[in-house]
Design a protein around this ligand. Structure first.
Ligand code: AHR
Length: 331
């Protein structure tokens, strides 16, 4: 009888735990599916939540802020236990995020930070250091030109910017210009948004090529736009990676392939994988742990055709040859 009782109590405890684990509901408000980076970001988080046996309420906002506001309010109405949020643009979130706080739903800020983050409560924030990524794109380009013996040449640069108003675009542009403004050889002759997509990257590059005969460098604020631009450059009868040096951002597998094929020169990493940080924190919160607010930037590198080109201010950090690591890249 005693043995039976012990087994029964153990069973109740186990079933209780399982029921409790599967009772967790996570709302994830994602900006859309504009790029390979975004797909990797979505897949990583959704798979991790589902692997825990938790319920996922996923919303793809299709790049519209109003859809995200609606999704967040729906999460509140549904009474989800946690909210994961990345905002398509930086501004305009104050009201709805305060509503999330009032509903006392623990909030994780991912990828692009809202400008009101100092005025709201959140558990943790994980995102790329966009400013530094922009600086790396520009520094790598300057050092590469020097390594090619072109340090004294006048160089014409075009920029494909990301989505207007998104921190990933604003800060990458800021980082690029901060570095370019300190020298006088590289001149930006055109800069326009390609909305982080291949199709728009291609279309805008086509218009750049029509307007300017002598483009030396393309800085694309994500790899998808760089890959779209490669098609436009080929169609214009030029050789991508040679006639025009192409530097992207994200470091997705397709960019590594383009680098190995000699059609792209470099990609600065932006890490899309946050689940290994977020999931343990949700478990910690379930156990009553508390965390300090603050933004965590995952470590990121620079991958290129020719390894060993410096990309930090002191000229010390060296980029990695994409061909050496391509097999490890899963997205
Ligand atoms: O916010 C991160 C950026 O958004 C990535 O660089 C880009 O590819 C994505 O769409």
């Amino acid at each position: 009888m005693k043995k039976f009782l012990t087994i029964a109590i153990a069973l109740v405890l186990v079933i209780g735990c399982v029921a409790n684990a599967s009772a967790i509901t996570v709302g994830f408000s994602q900006v859309g599916q504009e790029s390979d980076w975004r797909t990797a970001n979505t897949d990583d988080m959704c798979a991790a939540i589902e692997a825990e046996g938790w319920t996922l309420v996923y919303d793809d906002a299709q790049q519209k802020q109003e859809n995200q506001v609606k999704a967040l309010r729906n999460f509140i109405t549904q009474g989800v236990d946690y909210i994961l949020f990345t905002g398509v643009v930086t501004t305009g979130w104050d009201e709805v995020l305060k509503e999330v706080n009032e509903a006392e739903i623990p909030l994780f800020l991912l990828d692009r930070m809202p400008d009101c983050m100092d005025e709201i409560d959140y558990v943790a924030a994980f995102g790329g250091d966009f400013l530094e990524e922009g600086r790396r794109m520009a520094r790598w380009t300057i050092n590469y030109l020097a390594a090619q013996g072109r340090a004294d040449e006048e160089i014409n640069v075009v920029i494909l910017e990301g989505t207007t108003g998104a921190a990933a675009a604003t800060d990458r542009t800021k980082g690029i210009m901060e570095v370019l403004d300190k020298q006088d050889k590289l001149k930006v002759i055109a800069s326009q948004t390609g909305n982080f997509t291949r199709a728009e990257g291609q279309a805008v590059m086509e218009s750049f090529l029509k307007a300017h005969e002598d483009i030396d460098v393309l800085l694309a604020e994500n790899d998808d736009m760089a890959l779209g631009a490669i098609d436009a450059i080929k169609a214009a009868g030029k050789v991508p990676g040679k006639d025009i040096i192409i530097v992207g951002c994200d470091s997705v597998k397709a960019a590594f392939d383009a680098i190995v094929a000699g059609e792209m020169n470099c990609t600065v990493e932006c890490n899309p994988l946050y689940s290994s940080a977020v999931i343990p924190m949700i478990k910690g919160l379930e156990e009553g742990k508390t965390y300090e607010k603050g933004v965590v930037h995952p470590e990121e590198g620079v991958f290129c055709m020719d390894g060993g080109i410096p990309y930090d201010e002191a000229g010390e950090l060296l980029s990695v040859k994409a061909a050496d690591v391509i097999d490890e890249r899963k997205y």
